[in-house]
Ligand binder design. Sequence first.
Ligand code: SAH
Ligand code: SF4
Ligand code: F3S
Length: 442
Amino acid sequence: MDQRISVKTFYIETFGCQMNAHDSEKVVGTLIGQGYTQVATPDEAELVFYNTCSIRDKAEQKVFHRLQQFKRGAKGKKIAVLGCVAQQEGEKIFEKAPNVSMVCGSASYNKLPELLVQLETGNRRVTGLSLDTDLTFETPLTRRDNPHRAYITIIEGCDKSCSYCVVPFTRGPERSRTGASVIAEATDIARAGYTEIQLLGQNVNSYRDPSPAAWDFAKLLDEVGRVDGIRRVRFTTSHPRDFVKEIIDAIDANPALCDHVHLPVQSGSSRVLEGMRRQYTRAQYMERIAWMRAAQRPIAISTDIIVGFPGETEADFEETLALLDEVGYDSIFSFKYSPRPNTWALALADQISEEEKTRRLAIVQERQREIQIRQNAGYLGRVEECLVEGFNRATGQWMGRTSQNKPLNFLRRSADQDLSGRYVHARVTRAGPNSLVGECVN
Ligand code: SAH
Ligand code: SF4
Ligand code: F3S
């Protein structure tokens, strides 16, 4: 009898950031290239993948919760853990969750075809856990989920060492792709009908083309914005330390580069920033904000905030609130500090209580809500171009997004035409804290 186990259907669930979402698109393409078929539920699948996130404890717990659910009644099913929890926990995952057959971090995805063969030929446990690589994970087989916005990874890993962050441990050292390979992918994407590209990396600003052309990030941005058919280019994430004025100059010079920059500040207190090892002060951060405010087009700015970093005093926290007012962000993501394995901040004294973190988070979010109500009210009456992302049956509105990345939903008198993927102009008639509502004007 043939002892080979034929595993040919798979299911994948993805947690975490856009890097992970896009990695999954590449993993799906790779699996399909190996003859696997994607199914919609874990029940139908012979091989179940979790592409995991460990940025905060809650994110990590989610995957262990999923793995628990498979303890009973999952005979014959194989489970693979990918992503940041895989890299962080390594073979310990096999002890915590004995039903897992594969543990593979993002720096080893090039090895996936090989690992799949090992699984198929009867290996019970396979791993890809080396961080010792100068390769990026690229494949022409990427299966993109979004029909309008295409992600392109330009740099993997992170060479910063923010004291709270697991990413340098889970994604390894920085590796940039060549500018030529990014442009080739952007050109393919444009030919396939995409008009919007989002360039991805944990710190896109430290992008450096490894080929002799040696493009920096501003040059790469400009080149991607020149690809025929591409109307919008976004990028995430920018680290303030490596954010240079040339990036704003590139946006000024090239209308395809969107009017939006996500520039995570984390805290408004230089003292806390030092503890976080962010390598910039509040004043240096504000200097970058000033460059954006001086740009030719109005640039929307968003950020990430962590509250309750060890030792954050009430006065430090007040500085964060004052910074929110001073910058007037268009949107923010805010988090309670979560102690993470391997990180420097883990050992810091003066941890803030959960209750206090909850209180500070609520205050930040309420303050920002007020700011967004004011900001968005300024759009009333304005005509904005938006890329239509789809139709919301519940509200009867088309859902669009402006160059500034603001959701702008609108009604259209003749609802018969499918506008998805089209660029339309809408006049803003209502403004809420999180989105705008308008009327189509063309
Ligand atoms: N590379 C990006 C973002 C990485 S993770 C950057 O440097 O900005 C996304 C966000 O998660 C971070 O900006 C930070 O606000 C938050 N984050 C990271 N580690 C965290 C932790 N231990 N606790 C709470 N939030 C965290
Ligand atoms: Fe983490 Fe800092 Fe790297 Fe961002 S720059 S991924 S916060 S270590
Ligand atoms: Fe999470 Fe890893 Fe992204 S920890 S936020 S999936 S880089």
